[in-house]
Design a protein around this ligand. Structure first.
Ligand SMILES: [Ca+2]
Ligand SMILES: [Ca+2]
Length: 343
């Protein structure tokens, strides 16, 4: 009788062990989506008091729930897998429709995208049209136009991504775009109001920490950080949450509409903003009729002469159909309500 009981107990123990291992396996797969990093929720100071960032004022307290975030920008290899699975055609690959551009000469309605085209010498920094060109045939497969391709660039961030393209990828992957607050919170990596996503010094110990622009903008890129345009994702050290390229390499879409005084409105409530989702509509005084969403993180073209918005408080913005060869994205994912891994 005792033997039977021991044997039964052993059986129970074995079953319990099996269940326990199954539980661990399930927990591991649930807590670690491939290529994603858990960003624990918390409260932080969002914004900036840099003189050149008037739309990032004032500092205001924001609370975000924890979420999963892609460790890297979405790569060409990842985007190619999405296109292969779905047959998706990006905005830049589609011929513009005359009804969307009334009055445009038919010869101008060509599929293409906007490419950084550096001038031969120094130019006034008064208009970005001096270094951006609409190039027929430029798209994610041809980053600088028809003569270029993705050879050797599988691990580079995908570029020429319009907002709808980013959304389509996110939905396919079962993810979503980050809010602006989630992006900044994640970019800061747990540091409180630091100037850079890695700390206070641009080159700690002489080391470049992000892919930005060195030299004289926009005509002479000395690429002391090793990269003239995009770098393979993760070429620079991760931040405090283990995320790479949260500053520089390519700008990244967020889901928020852009308004320059949104932070002022949040701060005026006198309360901590909880999981802010952005304003209900867009307004950019420099182009009032153009709806824009927020871009974050800066790019390989950022430099202190023209654009230091790779700093974590820096805000960018863009028209929804406009991709460029320094704009990509990454995705995030919420845990189901009530589940709170690692917290
Ligand atoms: Ca660079
Ligand atoms: Ca980036």
């Amino acid at each position: 009788m005792r033997d039977a009981r021991v044997s039964a107990m052993r059986g129970v123990t074995a079953v319990a062990l099996v269940l326990s291992f199954a539980g661990v396996a399930a927990a591991q797969s649930a807590t670690a989506p491939a290529g994603m990093v858990w960003v624990p929720g918390g409260t932080f100071w969002m914004g900036s008091d840099e003189p050149e960032f008037p739309d990032a004022r004032p500092w205001h307290e924001v609370q975000v729930d924890g979420f999963w975030m892609d460790r890297t920008e979405v790569t060409n290899a990842q985007f190619a897998a999405f296109v292969k699975a779905t047959g998706y055609v990006t905005i830049a690959e589609r011929k513009p429709r005359p009804e969307d551009f009334p009055g445009a000469p038919p010869e101008n309605l060509v599929a293409g995208s906007v490419v950084f085209t550096p001038p031969a010498g120094p130019v006034p920094l008064d208009s970005h049209y001096r270094w951006w060109s609409y190039v027929e045939g430029a798209n994610w497969r041809h980053p600088t136009g028809p003569g270029s391709d993705l050879a050797g660039k599988d691990q580079h961030p995908v570029v020429h991504i319009a907002y709808a393209d980013a959304l389509a990828y996110c939905r396919w992957a079962g993810k979503r775009l980050p809010t602006e607050a989630e992006f900044e919170y994640a970019a800061r990596g747990g540091l409180d109001r630091a100037r850079y996503v890695w700390g206070e010094e641009f080159q700690p110990g002489g080391r470049f920490m992000a892919n930005t622009f060195q030299g004289h903008f926009p005509d002479t890129n000395t690429a002391e950080d090793g990269y003239v345009t995009t770098a393979p994702v993760g070429s620079f050290l991760p931040n405090g949450y283990g995320l790479v390229d949260m500053a520089g390499n390519v700008w990244e879409w967020t889901s928020d509409w852009y308004q320059p005084d949104y932070y002022t409105a949040l701060a005026a409530t006198g309360k901590v903003a909880r999981n802010p989702q952005g304003p209900g509509s867009s307004f950019d005084p420099s182009e009032p009729g153009v709806a824009k969403r927020v871009h974050r993180g800066g790019s390989f073209l950022c430099n202190d002469q023209y654009c230091s918005r790779y700093c974590p408080g820096g805000r960018g913005k863009g028209e929804l159909d406009t991709g460029t060869n320094h704009l990509g994205f990454r995705c995030v994912k919420s845990e189901p309500t009530g589940s709170n891994p690692k917290e």
